[in-house]
Design a binder for this molecule. Structure first.
Ligand SMILES: [Zn+2]
Length: 207
C-alpha cells in the first residue's frame, strides 16, 4: 500500500472523547516512524466538536518535539480550537493556545470542512471559527471531508466561506490557496508546479 503513489497519507480518526493523550502519544512513535519512512502524511481528526485538549495536546507532546519536516501533518477540523480562541483570556486556555500557536503557524495547518461541521455538529456556517483562524494568519486548508456523503465540492466550500464572511479579501483567498499547496502531502516537484500554475492563474484573472 505504501508504494502506491495514489496513497498520500493516512487519516487518524476515532471517538474523540475516549481518546486519552497517553493513548495517542503511545501510538505516535510507530505511526511517525512508518509515515516518515514511507514519506506519507498524517491527518488527525482532532478537536472536532470536543475540547482540543486530548489529542491536540498529545500531538503537541509528540510531534512538536520532532524535527520540523520529519512528517507532514494536518489537524482535521480543529473546531474546538475556536473555543480556545473564544476563552483566550482564561489562563488555562491561553496556556494551551500558546503551546499550539507556533506549531499551527509553522507545521500543522487546520483543515476546515464547513459543511461537514454544519451537518454533523450543527455548527452553522456563520458560527464557524474559520474566520478567526484566517484573521490570526493561521494556515488553513479547506476540505470537503466526505463529498460523496455531503454532496459538496471544494468550490462550494470556498463559496460558503466567502459568503459567510470567513474569507474577506483576495489576499486571504490567495493565502489559503497557497497554503493548501504548501501544506499538501504532494512532493516538492508537484508543489512547485502547482504554485506556478496558481501564480499564472492569478495573473490571468487580473490579480
Ligand atoms: Zn471528518
Amino acid at each position: 500500500m505504501w508504494n502506491d503513489p495514489l496513497v498520500v497519507g493516512i487519516d487518524l480518526h476515532g471517538y474523540e472523547p475516549a481518546w486519552l493523550p497517553y493513548n495517542v502519544a503511545a501510538r505516535m512513535p510507530y505511526l511517525h516512524g512508518t509515515l516518515q519512512g514511507a514519506r506519507k502524511g498524517l491527518r488527525v481528526h482532532a478537536g472536532e466538536g470536543v475540547d482540543t485538549t486530548n489529542e491536540m495536546l498529545a500531538l503537541v507532546m509528540y510531534l512538536g518535539n520532532r524535527p520540523a519536516g520529519s512528517i507532514k501533518c494536518r489537524i482535521g477540523h480543529g473546531t474546538g480550537i475556536g473555543r480556545l480562541l473564544r476563552y483566550q483570556n482564561v489562563p488555562s486556555s491561553a496556556w494551551v493556545l500558546n503551546q499550539f500557536e507556533p506549531l499551527i503557524r509553522e507545521r500543522f495547518p487546520i483543515e476546515v470542512n464547513l459543511t461537514s461541521n454544519k451537518v454533523l455538529l450543527d455548527m452553522q456556517y456563520n458560527d464557524h471559527p474559520l474566520g478567526s483562524f484566517v484573521k490570526r494568519g493561521w494556515p488553513v486548508v479547506l476540505g470537503t471531508d466526505d463529498p460523496g456523503v455531503f454532496g459538496v465540492t471544494l468550490r462550494s466550500e470556498f463559496e460558503a466561506a466567502i459568503r459567510n464572511g470567513h474569507i474577506t479579501s483576495k489576499d486571504e483567498l490567495r493565502k489559503i490557496i497557497a497554503d493548501s499547496i504548501y501544506f499538501s502531502f504532494a512532493d516538492d516537484d508537484l508543489k512547485r508546479q502547482l504554485a506556478k500554475k496558481l501564480a499564472a492563474g492569478i495573473k490571468k484573472a487580473g490579480g
